[in-house]
Design a protein around this ligand. Sequence first.
Ligand code: GLU
Length: 476
Amino acid sequence: MTAAKEPSFRDSVDLMFNRAVALMDLEPGLEEKIRVCNATYTVRFGVRLRGQIHTFTGYRSVHSEHMEPVKGGIRFAMGVNQDEVEALAALMTYKCALVEAPFGGSKGGLRIDPRQWDEHELERITRRFAYELIKRDLINPSQNVPAPDMGTSEREMAWIADQYKRMNTTDINARACVTGKPINAGGIQGRTEATGRGVQYALQEFFRHPEDVKLANLSGKLDGKRVVIQGLGNVGYHAAKFLSEEDGCIITAIVEHDGALINEKGLNIEEVRNWIGKHAGVKGFPDAEYVPEGAKVLEKECDILIPAAMEGVTNITNAANINASLIIEAANGPVTAGADQILREKGCVIIPDMFANAGGVTVSYFEWVKNLSHIRFGRMGRRQEESRHQLVVDELERLSGDKNLGWTLSPDFKQRYLRGAGELELVRSGLDDTMRAAYQSMRDVWHGRDEVTDLRTAAYLVSIGKVAASYRALGL
Ligand code: GLU
């Protein structure tokens, strides 16, 4: 038997797209127009560092401009290449459409190992890369708005925002040129946790539907579910933290770059994260079994597998051995098209990336709106909301003073009810609502059409339908 060949990431995304689009009745040519990447810009630039010129290669790919600005992160990693940024840009288009963030899809990347450079050097490299993109309007509040991704964080976003401001000194909306910024550089509360928080909300919504839970061969609630998580970066860390601390999930294994930790009673996420911070890996963590070959632990029996690291980790070589009932794709493209088929045939339910990790771009949308409106969410209404609540509390207290009624207010009711929503509460509420609505839209297609047997196809159908409607409205 000849070994089946795995397609590239870009081809894998296209294969999934094709599977869905075959069930649609799009007018001739529109399918191709949506599938292809509009443009990918490659830049090579030199920075003088450590006494010599170093040349770096970066990309910014624009997949679809049916809505502008286009949106998507910038990744710093050695594996960055054109195929990868194009696949990720395409996923951004579908993701934004699914969660109704009014953006087209884009993605950028710089081929660099950020650990090889100190902070000052990274700042110079980032600013230079940003300069190249800004001067071509590939970073611009109304055209193309990056955000963090693998290897980048709010620190890089602050440098990019400042670089844009220096080059566009009179642009009053300069801060909206990039999202995921630190709070004091125009960021929004809750953006750092957003993707992980979105994974939690996605799972909470899934578990609100017993029929869906049953399709994954599971039952009951999230409480007590055994979870294996791959990657304790920003996304994996927040997802695992919230699921274990707030929903009662038991994190039985964590897979990291230097191996995996197993503890059937549950790993403490904060402790593991602190350990990684100090030791640059999970090895040696007390209170867990250490397995050097981390990839094998992805195959460990569990209720929920959360790949939160990078693309292609579940592929045709290991898909048959995966022992999870439910997979939620916190990373982009962690399950290849080939693995997707094998897993579907095994009866595994996959909550697809374009929905599962859309929390990041959703809160990026809120940040962009905040930057354009130049006011923090909640600033106008919070105290007014509190004073209206005060009226109700006063009235309840007056009534509970009436012995004949026999009422009392429960001890913390007053304090909890009085507090008006600040920015973080509003962001979380907007994110929760977005995740619930997007799940419902996928679910309607999943259960409503006989030919649709998986959530990924349902997600593609919803998002391609929305992109197609935009193109039609544009008169294309
Ligand atoms: N890089 C993140 C993603 O893949 C966030 C994108 C954004 O916020 O624009 O969804």
